[in-house]
Design a protein around this ligand. Structure first.
Ligand SMILES: NC(=O)c1ccc[n+]([C@@H]2O[C@H](COP(=O)([O-])OP(=O)(O)OC[C@H]3O[C@@H](n4cnc5c(N)ncnc54)[C@H](OP(=O)(O)O)[C@@H]3O)[C@@H](O)[C@H]2O)c1
Length: 313
């Protein structure tokens, strides 16, 4: 409590999926001031808007969560925007925060920055051992450049910037439109629609053989808040749950939880994305005591319940 009650906090992207959970958690800790700018009024691609925002709010802590992100389809459709918007927002904001003497800057990275064939489990030390999977490389490299900036600014200016890399997140308030959604909301939407329309088959991208790890968004929000309080080192930190599931098994699990009794048809002409993903989560545990609390099935049930409720409303 003490940490937050003395500080003015700015959370960019705080009205988005992940950001809104971080904002909820910080709000409960009663910060001295909490600002959640949105893109409409504060486009972070424009330096003069960033400077006006920092001049106006004078935050002690900045948690930079604003980004352009999405699933494989969205990354493939707009690679230029995924690179430019993410790098330009982050690099300008971090530089301005340093000049405005912000005490703590938390940059949210991504595991899309890891090499395509990184050793399993992904260890932070392996981040530079190869090129990322091609479909999300522009996004992953833009974020990774911000890690270099954070480390360089710490070394030269003593700027306290830290870099966190969450694995694929899921949970309430996720995006459920098929155009941009990640795999979990896409599968939930497809299965519930198939049940409602009494369809026997759900079409899915790829072979289903790729593996992924998923972290429930409220657990991830806890980790961000805790790292903002106590983690002050240049090394990047993975945020994950430490397990791996194939997309095929995930589809079966989501199908069961949605009451879908048909079958999945896999479209092999569509990309799988990165072949495997599983994180080594020991650094987060050691540095700020983070361990995921929500099991996959429990988290999926909460997510499906939230989505059904929202759809009804
Ligand atoms: N979701 C995941 O699985 C996942 C995994 C790892 C890392 N992350 C990272 O977590 C962060 C949040 O992701 P998310 O899934 O919550 O995304 P999201 O729901 O799309 O939220 C992104 C936010 O960024 C804001 N934004 C975008 N462009 C902006 C601009 N030019 N100026 C100001 N604000 C802008 C959006 O504001 P408006 O709503 O006002 O447009 C939105 O609130 C991102 O940094 C992402 O890279 C997410």
């Amino acid at each position: 409590m003490g940490f937050w009650s003395e500080r003015s906090v700015l959370v960019t992207g705080g009205k988005g999926f992940f950001g809104s959970h971080v904002v909820d958690r910080i709000r409960r800790l009663r910060p001295r001031r909490l600002t959640v700018p949105d893109e409409k009024d504060w486009d972070l691609r424009r330096l003069e808007r960033i400077e006006a925002l920092l001049k106006h709010e004078r935050p002690d802590v900045v948690i930079h969560m604003a980004a352009i992100c999405g699933g494989i389809g969205a990354n493939r459709a707009e690679p230029g925007r995924f690179f430019y918007d993410n790098i330009v927002m982050g690099t300008q904001l971090m530089d301005a925060a340093c000049r405005f003497k912000v005490d703590k800057f938390v940059q949210i990275g991504t595991i899309c920055s890891y090499p395509k064939f990184a050793r399993i489990p992904f260890r932070e030390g392996d981040l530079w051992n190869g090129y990322p999977e091609e479909t999300n490389a522009p996004y992953g490299i833009a974020k990774k450049a911000l890690l270099v900036q954070a480390q360089a600014y710490r070394a030269q200016y003593g700027f306290n910037a830290v870099f966190l890399m969450p694995i694929n997140l899921y949970g309430p308030r996720d995006h459920f439109d098929l155009e941009r959604s990640h795999v979990i909301p896409a599968l939930i939407l497809k299965c519930l629609t198939a049940v409602r329309e009494r369809r026997e088959v759900v079409e899915c991208w790829g072979t289903g053989k790729a593996t992924r790890e998923f972290l429930y968004v409220e657990d991830a929000a806890w980790a961000v808040v805790r790292a903002a309080e106590v983690y002050n080192k240049p090394e990047p930190v993975n945020l994950g749950a430490g397990f791996e599931i194939s997309i095929k098994d995930l589809a079966k699990l989501i199908g069961r939880l949605c009451g879908f009794k048909g079958r999945f048809r896999w479209d092999h002409s569509r990309p799988d994305g990165q072949p495997r993903r599983r994180l080594d989560t020991s650094r987060a545990l050691m540095e700020f005591g983070f361990k995921a609390q929500t099991g996959l099935e429990e988290g999926l049930k909460k997510t499906i319940a939230w989505f059904k409720h929202r759809r009804k409303a």
